[in-house]
Design a protein around this ligand. Sequence first.
Ligand SMILES: Cc1cc2nc3c(=O)[nH]c(=O)nc-3n(C[C@H](O)[C@H](O)[C@H](O)COP(=O)(O)O)c2cc1C
Ligand code: SF4
Ligand code: SF4
Length: 259
Amino acid sequence: MVQKVTAVYFSATDTSKKGTETIAAAVSAAAGCEKADTINLTRFDAEPARTEFGPDELVVFGAPVYGGRIYRGAAERFRKLKGNHTLCIVTVTYGNRDFDDALLELSDLVKELGFVPIAGAALVGEHTYGDIQKGRPNVEDLAEDAAFGAKVAEKLTAGSFSEPEIPGNRPYKEGGSGGKFHPLTGENCVKCGLCARECPEGAINTVDFAVNPEKCIACFRCIRRCPVHAKNMDTPEYKEFAAAFTKRLAERKENRYFL
Ligand SMILES: Cc1cc2nc3c(=O)[nH]c(=O)nc-3n(C[C@H](O)[C@H](O)[C@H](O)COP(=O)(O)O)c2cc1C
Ligand code: SF4
Ligand code: SF4
């Protein structure tokens, strides 16, 4: 029986974080374990508190979809971990376009690392760009995640460790890289340093806090975190792109769960 549940995620704008933590909390509560642990691998200097997981544990993995694949940097971070027949739930969060091959890729990756996927989820989060499904995951999404976590616990109690059927193709489509919109730093920057500490790629220097476009993956974490809204993407090119993109992805997608 599972003794311990851990949520392990990369999450630049906190959408994967919410789903992963909610599912982990729900499974651990329903399975009668202690409170779920969290390993957040988002920051560039993040080191996992531990790297090995045992056969009596369950890990909930979470990563965002970038170009139909899991973000490459998330995959790199997960590669530091090792399971020992450790059960896991794989989740990806995507911005209402498509998750394409990302969930399959994550499932394949964790199997290579010694984990055993028994469930999966493709969750909708607000898109990094434009105004797409703002506020998601919302309370309804998180309630669905919690219900899914409880179902996984039921599966565990029934002694079933079957692998879920996860959609996607091999070879995977090209993707997994960052985008091309690199944030600007406004004159109102108060040099608090938060954006530089939080950047997943160490792309912000600590002198004038400007963004290095060679390193930046356009995840917009710095824009979301800046307390005075100095980090921004207020260019006509971005605004035009964001408006058209928002129109194109207006139709709502639903979360999908695989057991
Ligand atoms: C560079 C980049 C590429 C993205 N590619 C996709 C995609 O292929 N499909 C999609 O639906 N959303 C895509 N998104 C949106 C994110 O998957 C979505 O906003 C997700 O909720 C971000 O997760 P996080 O908050 O955990 O970082 C992309 C975002 C970025 C920054
Ligand atoms: S500088 Fe680029 S990579 Fe770093 S947080 Fe900002 S958008 Fe993300
Ligand atoms: S978080 Fe905002 S105010 Fe702080 S250093 Fe970065 S840009 Fe400047």
